[in-house]
Design a protein around this ligand. Structure first.
Ligand SMILES: Cc1cc2nc3c(=O)[nH]c(=O)nc-3n(C[C@H](O)[C@H](O)[C@H](O)COP(=O)(O)OP(=O)(O)OC[C@H]3O[C@@H](n4cnc5c(N)ncnc54)[C@H](O)[C@@H]3O)c2cc1C
Length: 474
């Protein structure tokens, strides 16, 4: 029989223990506001997870952080993780794109751009005209349309499409420039030219240090685990939130139903933060707004399989001198990209071995994520064999499949966000965050988590007439 308990009112309930929910909870706790976080799974971290197997340190989801945002660095600092940070080796600046069966280096300077065989002479000359192309009046253009219009088809095929496939698992024909790459969108609006704007920004930034790619000594799961550790029993795993009821005439606060083992708890809360993926959020906010529910349901997630392969170094001809390689959709390879993980970070593979982390599926080949793990490993190995000159079978094969991996900010995405703002306005104390809103990268999730915590603490201070703690960096 299910046991039912009803709690006293708590200030804030957070639903979801991925990095979005954890960073919101961490900052609220840091500001001195009591929180209760519920995570359905038996571990925190959501798509962030790391496994150590036979001396290989393998990421199931994200592998690297960029350090673009202050919020990420502040969170690492406040969580006491600075000493755990592991910077990428300098070699990571070299990246490759596959062309006619070979990894071709991405040019890093104007001189190497002029001489690279990645792009034809006509594609290079076409770029000289880019500053003279008038901005389009289109407000929500696909990445493909934008790039073809301003930079040409070859730049789409051999620069932008591989990047969009490898990083976002997305289709440049479908994803919205404005929503996925707001900075690129802004360059055209502000400077009338992407190239001109980039050059101008490069000079503006030349005095500030470039962000450095990093992870943690024991992998990315260090971050969610540490945040959960600091939260202690304020973060509960194996606790699935079944529903949320809005305040009504008989109850002045939200009621959150949580199932844990054989127990059902009803938690009363002044504020609720929903940080689950959009398809889960849609279910949870059903009693609040049918418009928001419909919009959330139409946010597409692409599937992704991460295929980690370990080899003996001596069995690979290629020097693996770089970050890795991306595969353009116009080339015949099945995988989207391959990270040369043990070249990027020290300590990712045992001595004399290398670790390659490969991505397969996405919107380009979603059907491949239906294959058995063994088949996927074989498929990736047979592609890499020829491309990198691999002479032996892998000594490590690990496959992690996520059916709904990365939310896609497709055309029309921007309008979908209006109904979320509307429901938050209508229900003060309800906050919706997560990778489907305001950026998919780990650091965007952290920045949005902290911003949510700041908003809640401002409201909390107003209601309780408490001055904002100095720690709040607004
Ligand atoms: C393969 C892959 C590679 C990536 N690579 C990078 C990278 O290199 N760098 C980068 O910055 N980003 C990368 N990303 C993106 C980034 O990792 C994610 O966007 C981000 O971690 C998502 O965090 P989240 O908390 O919003 O969602 P999630 O991690 O999905 O967390 C949501 C949590 O909510 C829980 N939950 C769901 N329903 C309920 C419920 N009813 N009750 C309680 N809990 C519930 C889930 O169990 C889950 O733990 C990658 C993503 C993937 C999939």
């Amino acid at each position: 029989m299910l046991e039912l308990t009803i709690s006293d009112t708590v200030p804030v309930v957070i639903i979801g223990g991925g990095i979005s929910g954890l960073s919101t909870a961490f900052w609220l706790d840091n500001f001195g506001i009591p929180v209760s976080l519920f995570e359905a799974d038996e571990r925190v971290g959501g798509v962030i997870n790391t496994t150590l197997k036979d001396g290989f340190l393998i990421e199931h989801g994200p592998s690297t952080l960029q350090g673009r945002t202050n919020e990420l660095l502040e969170t690492i600092d406040a969580a006491g993780l600075k000493d755990e940070v592991l910077y990428a080796n300098d070699i990571q600046k070299y990246r490759y794109i596959l062309k006619r069966g070979k990894p071709v280096p991405i040019p890093l300077s104007p001189v190497s751009f002029a001489t690279t065989n990645l792009f034809s002479l006509s594609a290079k000359l076409r770029l000289l005209g880019e500053p003279f192309i008038k901005p389009s009046g289109e407000t929500d253009e696909s990445v493909a349309d934008f790039v073809i219009r301003r930079l040409g088809k070859e730049i789409l095929d051999y620069a932008v499409a591989p990047f969009v496939g490898g990083i976002y698992a997305g289709d440049p024909e479908k994803i919205s420039l404005r929503s996925t790459f707001p900075r690129l969108h802004a360059l055209e609006r502000e400077y009338g030219s992407v190239i001109g704007g980039m050059v101008k920004k490069m000079f503006d930034k030349s005095k500030s240090p470039r962000p450095k790619l990093f992870s943690f000594r024991n992998g990315l799961k260090t971050l969610p685990e540490k945040l959960a550790n600091i939260l202690g029993d304020k973060a509960e795993t194996k606790s699935e939130v079944k529903n949320i009821l809005p305040p009504n005439e008989s109850a002045s606060c939200y009621e959150v139903t949580v199932e844990k083992g054989g127990t059902t708890k009803i938690i009363k809360a002044d504020s609720v933060v929903v940080s689950t993926p959009s398809f889960q959020t849609a279910k949870l906010i059903e009693p609040f707004s049918s418009d928001a529910v419909n919009d959330l349901r139409t946010i597409e997630y692409t599937p992704m399989a991460v295929v980690a392969l370990g080899y003996k170094r001596k069995d690979i001809e290629h020097p693996l001198n770089g970050f890795g390689m991306l595969s353009p959709p116009c080339e015949p390879h099945k995988f989207l990209g391959s990270l040369w993980t043990s070249s990027i970070f020290i300590g990712r593979a045992p001595d004399g071995s290398v670790l390659l982390t490969n991505f397969i599926g996405g919107s380009r080949h979603p059907e491949l994520t239906e294959l058995e793990p063994e088949k996927l490993a074989e498929l990736v190995h047979s592609s890499l064999e020829k491309l990198l000159g691999i002479r032996a079978k892998p000594i490590l094969k690990e496959v992690y499949i996520q059916k709904k991996a990365i939310p896609q900010y497709t055309i029309g995405y921007h309008e979908k966000m209006n109904s979320l703002e509307e429901v938050e306005r209508k229900y003060p104390g309800l906050y919706i965050t997560g990778a489907f809103r305001g950026g998919v990268s780990v650091e965007d999730c952290i920045a949005n988590g902290k911003a949510t915590a700041v908003k809640i603490s401002e409201n909390f201070s107003k209601q309780n007439n408490v001055p904002l703690r100095e720690a709040i960096d607004v």
